[in-house]
Design a protein around this ligand. Sequence first.
Ligand SMILES: NC(=O)c1ccc[n+]([C@@H]2O[C@H](COP(=O)([O-])OP(=O)(O)OC[C@H]3O[C@@H](n4cnc5c(N)ncnc54)[C@H](OP(=O)(O)O)[C@@H]3O)[C@@H](O)[C@H]2O)c1
Length: 348
Amino acid sequence: MSHPTYELKGAVHETPKTAKRIEFDEFGPSSVLKYVEVEVPQPKEGEVLVKNYAIGVNFIDTYQRSGLYRVAKLPKSGLGTEAAGVIQVVGSGVSEFEPGSRVCYYRSSLGAYAEYHIVPASALVKIPDDIDYDIAAASILKGLTVHYLLRQIVKVKKGDIGLFTAGAGGVGLIAMQWARHLGAKLIATASSHQKCELAKKYGAWQTINTSEEDTAQRVLEITEGKKVPVVFDSIGKDTWQSSLKCLSRRGLLISYGNASGPVTDANVGDLAANGSLFLTRPTLWDYSDDVPGMADELFSLIRSGAIKIEINQRYDLKDAKAAHDGLASRNTTGATVLYPEEFSPRQF
Ligand SMILES: NC(=O)c1ccc[n+]([C@@H]2O[C@H](COP(=O)([O-])OP(=O)(O)OC[C@H]3O[C@@H](n4cnc5c(N)ncnc54)[C@H](OP(=O)(O)O)[C@@H]3O)[C@@H](O)[C@H]2O)c1
């Protein structure tokens, strides 16, 4: 089995007094991340203490670490918002979960890079018994992002065409498969031949190798001059102009990430100059009105095999710095997951 299930029902053991987590005390490069021992907190009203089995690494974590997004309350902060595990302790007023419940989450306060983390009960998603912890940790944030991109902002249907940047990444590989399932045709960009091949294997209709090809020119060729009605752009600064050029008249640019840096010098006139375009800069948080329904849809596609979650980078929790360096290097594909020592990735 490629993704072992540690246990189907969560076992609750005695809560230790201290546990490990990743912290940082200044914004900066990955070297600011420290693996430290801290007291295990107790949940307050409406909260639970989760023992994390697997922790999702997302590009947004690098923005929060570097200070591009100044969410962290310094002088000391944890990092990460996505993980899966077992509820260890339930705070007062929490009735829908109990110790031992298998849960995942993607919108906790910063600090999911930890053996134990306090999470509001309202932010928890139940993990179905047949979904492994690491698959949940690798997919809940990225998969729900794809849900809102393909099922909420654009209600993608059979035959629809779009351009999707970073098609071999964590969000990208899920998007390729979900779009294929819906019968849509995504043109994926990726920065190497190998990444393009992977995106294609996972459902991309066409690929563009950005190290060798001009994206706007290739989109013109592929679409025989028609261009595309929607661009899903997670690269930001470096692709802003080319994404505008790829859009057909009255097309929609969904600028939902900043992997190359934020778009800061956008000119609203460019939307007119490129054909009365529409622009949105969305976040998952504003498309999380029905999380249980979105998660059900994601997990049933995983269960059916329509979407396979590729965890291509696995690290010990203590090696979070290496995980961040990997993401920044552009050498990763699919998802990256951290494991507390007890669930070391060496067992995979
Ligand atoms: N707004 C939202 O709600 C939301 C939610 C989740 C994720 N996101 C965004 O979605 C994107 C994908 O997230 P992910 O966690 O799945 O990451 P990822 O796609 O696995 O990794 C980022 C990819 O971006 C590409 N990239 C292009 N220029 C880059 C640069 N200068 N530095 C590093 N990477 C660069 C690389 O692919 P190539 O080398 O193939 O180009 C890289 O592999 C991120 O931009 C993230 O912020 C947004």
